[in-house]
Write a protein that binds this ligand. Structure first.
Ligand code: FAD
Ligand code: MLT
Ligand code: ZN
Length: 470
């Protein structure tokens, strides 16, 4: 092991090989504080060539490598095991914007670029990079692509996969694949780029990406709507989307319990309604045409929705500050949950039209099996993606609650499977869902994934034990 550490120091410089527990602290625990690991070292390369040399060295020594970006992932994918023999490969020093092409409408960035920095660079050039999520101030493009992140603008612009044109990837044995093409069309066989997107660091290390830019929206309107019940959300979504189409860029849903929790746990959060309604939708409209009066359009739509009984009240933000305050309630849910104590989380995708039926049935099934749990249901309803989280019942202690994790996961996910949904919509599989995957993926699909893993990483050094059982 010492010889490997010496080689790693020679590659990236001793100052970028962190071995002291204090220096490693922020890297060995995940954002939710659910997974705690230990590492031989945290290695911080400064270039693609250094990533390649690190992987070559670790592959030859049989040392496992855990790629890590901003460490904001929600499936434990970036946390090492507790052996103390794995190396964390942190990409955050690789944070350069390599190129911005206003004609091709693309931006080429190092994988360690923080998402917000990419948004900013696009903005400075009069363009728009639409990937947007609560962790955008610290997550990286490499992590976004490795998890195929979603967020709050998928409805209009798609998830990370749909925003990527080309990738540069270092393979397990240190070879570099230069797939940094900015092509909108390329039908020369298997799509290697798409194999790496969503592979959670198990097939290769993404070192750079060419991303699509869009025209910057100049007109925007944000509204929060109080719903009479959660089922009304689908009618409201159908109304808004049917009328404004792609101008509906976000349609975020949250149930009363989530709002109650945010109001209790997040400083400065306040609701624009007199009482907390059974459910809330936060919707955003945007347009690249400054002449469109989106607030007026939204006002018409909301009046019609109230008339039809799909909403009981609505507020349209009158300023950027007010819009931010509305978003604070939505974006505060993750933080509020962490503060309130751990939850059993589910990040599920369902056919949109089945969401109401699913929520009704799932609540009945879970309540019957385990009465008194607190349901924290929120998410990107317009994408069919719910964060279906459960908090312990008041009479339970943490231990008794966690003992139910396996059975509650099975209840929720079996039902998701019956509705032909997915047990991971946007957070990935990591170690959180790894052991459940075989229950829901077909044998054929799982075998193809295992075969690919063996082909790309025969020594099983890349994020072993994540996504697939090793
Ligand atoms: P990390 O956490 O560092 O890593 C995540 C995975 O990617 C790991 O498996 C890791 O090994 C791998 N990886 C990282 N970098 C590379 C690389 N360069 N090459 C290969 N593999 C790599 N996700 C959503 O999809 N939608 C949301 O709305 C959303 N909201 C969030 C809100 C909050 C407050 C938080 C904390 C997280 C949220 N997330 C959300 C979860 C998370 O997926 C994203 O934050 C982000 O995509 C992870 O990026 P990261 O750089 O932090 O990756
Ligand atoms: C969100 O939509 O806020 C996230 O995906 C984070 C979470 O599920 O907590
Ligand atoms: Zn989400």
């Amino acid at each position: 092991m010492n010889a490997t550490l010496d080689q790693l120091c020679a590659i990236v410089g001793a100052g970028h090989v962190l071995t002291a527990p204090d220096d490693q602290r922020a890297y060995v625990v995940d954002w939710m504080k659910k997974y705690h690991g230990r590492a031989l070292a945290v290695v911080r390369p400064g270039s693609t060539a250094e990533v390649a040399a690190v992987l070559r060295c670790c592959n030859e020594a049989g040392v496992a490598v855990i790629p890590q970006g901003g460490n904001t992932g929600m499936a434990g994918g970036a946390t090492p095991d507790d052996s103390g023999r794995q190396v964390i490969l942190s990409l955050t020093r690789m944070n350069k914007i390599r190129d911005l092409d206003p004609v091709g409408n693309t931006i080429t960035v190092d994988a360690g670029c923080i998402l917000a920095a990419v948004q900013m660079a696009a903005n400075d050039a009069g363009r728009f990079f639409p990937l947007s999520l609560g962790a955008e101030g610290s997550c990286t493009i490499g992590g976004n692509l490795a998890t195929n992140a979603g967020g709050v603008a998928v409805l209009r612009y798609g998830n990370a996969r749909e925003l990527a044109l080309g990738l540069e990837v270092v393979l397990a044995d240190g070879r570099i694949w230069d797939g940094l093409q900015a092509l909108r069309k390329d039908n020369t066989g298997y799509d290697l780029r798409d194999l790496f997107i969503g592979s959670e660091g198990t097939l290769g290390v993404i070192t750079a990406a060419v991303l699509k830019l869009h025209a910057a929206p100049v007109a925007q309107a944000t509204a929060m709507m109080a719903l009479p019940d959660r089922d009304a959300a689908l009618a409201l979504f159908t109304r808004l989307r049917g009328r404004v189409g792609d101008r509906l860029t976000a349609f975020e849903f949250m149930t009363r319990n989530c709002v109650d929790l945010v109001l209790k746990q997040v400083a400065g959060a306040s609701l624009p309604f007199a009482a907390v309604p059974p459910a809330i939708v936060l919707a955003e409209l945007s347009d690249t045409d400054a002449g469109t009066d989106l607030p007026a359009l939204l006002e018409d739509l909301l009046a019609a929705a109230i008339e039809a009984g799909e909403a009981t009240d609505a507020v349209i933000a009158q300023s950027g500050e007010q819009a931010k305050a509305l978003w604070r309630i939505r974006e505060g849910i993750s933080e509020a949950q962490v503060r309130a104590g751990k939850t059993i989380k589910h990040d599920i995708a369902l056919p949109i039209g089945q969401l109401a039926a699913f929520m009704d049935e799932c609540e009945r099934v879970v309540e019957a099996a385990c009465p008194g749990l607190n349901f924290l249901v929120f998410g990107h309803l317009g994408d069919g993606n719910l964060h279906y989280n459960l908090q312990r019942a008041p009479h339970m202690d943490d231990e008794a609650f966690y003992a139910l994790t396996g059975s509650l996961n099975a209840l929720v996910h079996d039902l998701v499977h019956r509705y032909r949904g997915s047990i991971s919509a946007e957070h990935g599989v990591g170690q959180l869902r790894r052991d459940e995957l075989p229950r829901y993926k077909s044998g054929v699909a799982l075998q193809m994934m295992l075969d690919l893993k063996r082909l790309f990483d025969p020594g099983n050094i890349l994020n072993p034990g994540k996504l697939l059982q090793s």
